[in-house]
Design a protein around this ligand. Structure first.
Ligand SMILES: Cc1ncc(COP(=O)(O)O)c(C=O)c1O
Length: 363
């Protein structure tokens, strides 16, 4: 059945640009968001804060001399690190009392989200659900929501955060193998999509629907058993994964859904193979298996519309200049399959929104 490549271990530690981590401030310049927290002191516990701030010193906006760059952080010929033309050193000075801090590029996040939108153009009502676990900073969430993004959630806190940030519940998917009953009740009341992850999870969702007095739109998270060729710790779509249902148990789940017509409405199938995937063929293999499952499900009279192919597009962690697949490459590999079954595609990018996965022209 599935493509069975051998797992390739990524043994090197993850390395990010040397921007100092962590209190939150919205840089008044349009293209960057900086987030910081108070300098840790031995006497006081570290306290995360969110605030709007004005830099206290002028920030140079001289663009870096090296013209072409694929992502927001780049090394200028002067040896300094730049973010969208802002000298990071200047930003650091302006944040004097609030270091360390996180600095993200609002423009980069926008480009990355828009790259998915562009790739999905022509497909009927696709959902780009941002996997909040990648970065749950409230400013980031509000920004993505303003762009039209949905949200992918794995805890009650993420669900409440997404609702507070104003995400449309019809573009939210509640995932995970540890969903609590109280959180599922909230999801049911708000009309969020819920992924069934296990027998136990299904029982909880049924109970939540009864408590909320609302039918829940559910997707089955099926393990297609495709090797994502990533570090085993982030490989989740294989047979023995602790997430999702084993594909040979599909019939049991379909019968259980049929047995609860007042509580559950099956609307789709979901898979998430893993993270940091660098070969789009892997998504194609998985999508081919998933549409077969969808055919089987439809054959039993279920009217399901959604295929959720999860997240996982890799990023250039090591700044090697590696040419990685873009959202367009990813969507192109599954487009035909999606169209052939008249499906609505859901995609769940996470970490990629913060790095250079876009394919938009860099000015
Ligand atoms: C179900 C699910 N969807 C989406 C993602 C986002 O993955 P990535 O950050 O690799 O795009 C994850 C990450 O763990 C996940 O578990």
């Amino acid at each position: 059945m599935a493509a069975a490549g051998t797992a390739k271990l990524l043994s090197r530690p993850q390395q990010f640009p040397q921007c100092a981590p962590n209190r939150i401030s919205l840089n008044p310049r349009p293209h960057s968001l900086s987030f910081s927290r108070r300098r840790p002191s031995l006497a006081k516990p570290l306290r995360l804060r969110a605030a709007l701030s004005e830099p206290t010193t002028a920030v140079s906006s001289t663009p870096p001399p090296s013209a072409a760059f694929r992502h927001c952080f780049t090394r200028g010929e002067d040896g300094y690190l730049y973010c969208e033309g802002l000298k990071v050193e200047d930003v650091m000075e302006s944040m004097e009392e609030r270091r360390p801090f996180y600095l993200y590029s609002k423009a980069q996040i926008t480009r990355n989200f828009e790259a998915y939108e562009k790739a999905l153009a022509g497909l009927p009502s696709p959902i780009v659900g941002y996997a909040i676990k990648a970065n749950n900073n409230f400013k980031v969430l509000q920004h993505l929501r303003s762009l039209g993004s949905g949200a992918v959630l794995v805890s009650g806190n993420e669900l409440r955060l997404a609702l507070r940030a104003g995400f449309d519940p019809k573009k939210c998917i509640f995932n995970g193998n540890g969903k609590l009953l109280a959180d599922l009740v909230l999801a049911a009341k708000e009309g969020v999509f819920v992924n069934i992850d296990s027998e136990f999870d299904l029982e909880n969702i049924v109970n939540a629907a009864r408590i909320a007095g609302k039918k829940v739109s559910v997707l089955l998270r099926i393990n297609p058993d495709v090797d994502p060729q990533v570090h085993p710790y982030v490989a989740t779509g294989n047979k023995n994964s602790k997430f999702g249902i084993r594909n040979e148990k599909l019939q049991w789940f379909l019968d259980a859904v049929k047995a609860h017509p007042n509580e559950l409405k099956l609307v789709g199938a979901h898979c998430h193979l893993g993270s940091t995937i660098t070969k789009v063929d892997i998504f194609k293999d998985a999508a081919a298996l998933m549409v077969n499952f969808i055919d089987q499900i439809r054959d039993q009279g279920f009217e399901i519309d959604y295929l959720n192919i999860g997240g996982g597009l890799g990023i250039d962690y090591y700044h090697t200049g590696a040419v990685l697949p873009t959202p367009m490459d990813l969507i192109d590999t599954v487009r035909e399959l999606v169209v052939s079954r008249d499906l609505t595609l859901i995609i769940e990018p996470g970490r990629g929104h913060f790095m250079g996965v876009d394919e938009m022209p860099q000015e």
